[in-house]
Ligand binder design. Structure first.
Ligand code: ADP
Length: 251
């Protein structure tokens, strides 16, 4: 396993799923999903396609009301205290809504204003995210004209714009080419030095590269939760365990 994975856990729970359940008719997209991510941890939310990762993340972020259970971000119940939870939270949705007619500069500035950030703070944060997400070269270009890799970076920039303590990233590298994947992984590793992060993926190498903890979901239920090293000593044994626990082949 990589030594670069952040391990500065301090015990305070920053992301909590408590029996989170989502039913669509008789179908359980998520069933009593429970886990706690402590401050400073970078955790991978792993599972085959359709396992319930996005559904759970949408409930954690308040974008989807659960059928049962509850979610907390920091000390805030997402169901009853969503605005306070949102202040602590940056969320990269899968295929995030990006305003294709705007430039990264105008999109992120508007977003800062919509989030109630002060003008001076917005200026500073725009500079920071432009550098951190490597967006300077496309700052004034239409988002709709950008490559998938750059659009994903704009998505990351909006997630971190208000400097949230907690990041929930839904498939942050999906659809990217290998170079772009490396770039986004490096960004996540660097953010993981100071933030609590839950990222979903169906790629084991991703987890091995950036996560100290794995929560594995299959058919809407948690089937493994533990240190990445307990999933397997190397990529091969991790794949074997993944297959054992989910019946699914690793993509
Ligand atoms: P993952 O993110 O792990 O790929 P999802 O959370 O997107 O999985 O989906 C979990 C399951 O719930 C899938 O079988 C999906 O088809 C189903 N599902 C998701 N959203 C809906 C919906 N709005 N109505 C019915 N089924 C849904």
């Amino acid at each position: 396993m990589s030594d670069s994975r952040p391990t500065h856990d301090s015990g305070q729970v920053m992301i909590e799923a408590q029996d989170l359940t989502k039913h669509y008719g008789n179908f359980a997209a998520a069933e009593k999903v429970s886990f706690q991510i402590p401050k400073g941890q970078v955790a991978g939310f792993l599972g085959p396609n359709g396992a319930g990762k996005s559904t759970t993340m949408k409930m954690l972020t308040g974008y989807l009301a659960p059928t049962g259970g509850s979610a907390r971000i920091g000390n805030h119940d997402v169901g009853t205290d969503r605005l306070e939870a949102a202040k602590l939270l940056g969320y990269l949705p899968e295929n995030g809504p990006l305003y294709t007619e705007m430039t990264p500069a105008s999109f992120l500035k508007n977003l800062g204003e919509a989030r109630g950030m002060k003008r001076a703070q917005i200026e500073g944060r725009l500079e920071y995210v432009a550098n951190k997400c490597d967006l300077k070269s496309v700052w004034g270009k239409m988002i709709g004209k950008l490559s998938k890799g750059f659009r994903q970076r704009v998505g990351m920039a909006q997630a971190i714009l208000h400097d949230p303590e907690v990041l929930i990233l839904d498939e942050p590298t999906s659809g990217l080419d290998p170079n772009q994947v490396v770039g986004v992984r490096e960004l996540i590793l660097s953010l993981g030095e100071t933030k609590t992060i839950l990222l979903s993926t169906h790629i084991l190498q991703e987890v091995a590269a950036v996560c100290s903890r794995v929560v594995l979901i299959n058919n809407g239920r948690i089937v493994f939760d533990g240190p990445t090293s307990e999933m397997g000593e190397n990529a091969e044994s991790m794949e074997h365990r993944f297959h054992e626990l989910t019946g699914a082949a690793v993509v």
